[in-house]
Write a protein that binds this ligand. Structure first.
Ligand SMILES: [Zn+2]
Length: 315
């Protein structure tokens, strides 16, 4: 089925095929595949205003107005930040400033600060902002990307599980590029639509407006004036981890309809039965369940210790 007229954010073509009409909760949601390049997106793409409204209401619904993230959530965010820092460390000589767009509860900003960087960030949702400032002592402002003045302010910009939420990744990346010093670095993470992690009916989500393959992510970022420094993830990993450098020339998108057909094949590679019957799924699942249990037990002590250390350092 062909979609109503809509142009692809990556290659600009309007040859978009509807590949799914429901999200992972079986709610109506049209997902399209651009046959020109392989980018997967909502049809229609919601506006920035609709996205903002969605987050405002959904956050209140999910957390019932809580302003304190759970201990498990804090511990996971902190450990994830440690992983990101360790992964990037060899590339960080000369980097003094770090800025995160979509900083969430602020653990990554704070971790980079404790590692000696001048680190700050922005987060459009305000629900956890008091916790971020008063318990983590992290420099995260409650500001939207597009209201930031486009003056260079950082040597390294982080965008962790955020690019898939923009209504135009190109527009966001062009704005982001202006925030980075010349020759500065840009690190991005997002889910990998071509990784073996989900079946059609578990895959799509309203909040993920775009779904990238490693190739469509690289082409999207490079088209906005960056060049790839390193890809840390493999083609079969559930997430894509890529480090770019700001450069003068924007590259033409290196994509083709062949890649689009490959993306379609990868998305279709498992049905519900074969996905769950994979030996690696079962062992991974078992490991996941036991690690969840460990997390629940450990998180309380971990967070008490972390917040105590930060409070002593901050006072
Ligand atoms: Zn396209």
């Amino acid at each position: 089925m062909k979609s109503p007229t809509q142009c692809c954010d990556l290659c600009g073509c309007d040859n978009i095929e509807i590949i799914s009409q429901a999200d992972r909760h079986r709610q109506a949601l049209n997902t399209g595949l651009c046959l020109g390049c392989g980018l997967v997106m909502h049809v229609p793409v919601p506006s920035e205003a609709e996205v903002t409204e969605y987050y405002a209401s959904r956050y209140r619904q999910d957390y019932h107005g809580e302003c304190q993230p759970s201990e498990r959530r804090i511990m996971r965010a902190w450990k994830n930040a440690e992983r990101i820092h360790k992964q990037l460390e060899p590339a960080l000589s000369g980097v003094e400033t770090v800025f995160e767009v979509g900083a969430g509860i602020g653990c990554t900003v704070k971790l980079f600060e404790t590692e000696g960087f001048k680190a700050s960030g922005i987060e459009p949702n305000y629900d956890f902002n008091a916790f971020t400032k008063q318990s983590l002592f992290a420099h995260v402002d409650n500001v939207n990307l597009f209201s930031l003045e486009t003056t260079p302010r950082t040597d390294l910009l982080l965008l962790i599980h955020v690019i898939e939420h923009f209504s135009s990744p190109q527009r966001a990346l062009r704005h982001i590029r202006e925030l980075i010093h010349d020759d500065g670095l840009f690190y991005v993470e997002c889910p990998n639509i071509t990784g073996p992690f989900a079946t059609y009916d578990r895959m799509f989500h309203y909040a993920h407006i775009y779904n990238f393959s490693p190739q469509t992510l690289q082409a999207t970022v490079e088209q906005c004036g960056f060049e790839l420094v390193q890809c840390f993830s493999g083609d079969n990993d559930p997430d894509i981890h890529m480090l770019f450098k700001k450069c003068d020339e924007a590259k033409a998108a290196a994509v083709s309809s062949d890649h689009a057909y490959w993306v379609r094949e990868r998305i279709n590679q498992y049905n519900v039965v074969s996905y769950h019957a994979r030996p690696s799924y079962l062992s991974k699942r078992a490991r996941k369940v036991s690690s969840y249990l460990m997390e629940y037990m450990k998180a309380k002590d971990f967070v008490a210790d972390l917040l105590g250390r930060l409070a002593r350092a901050g006072s």
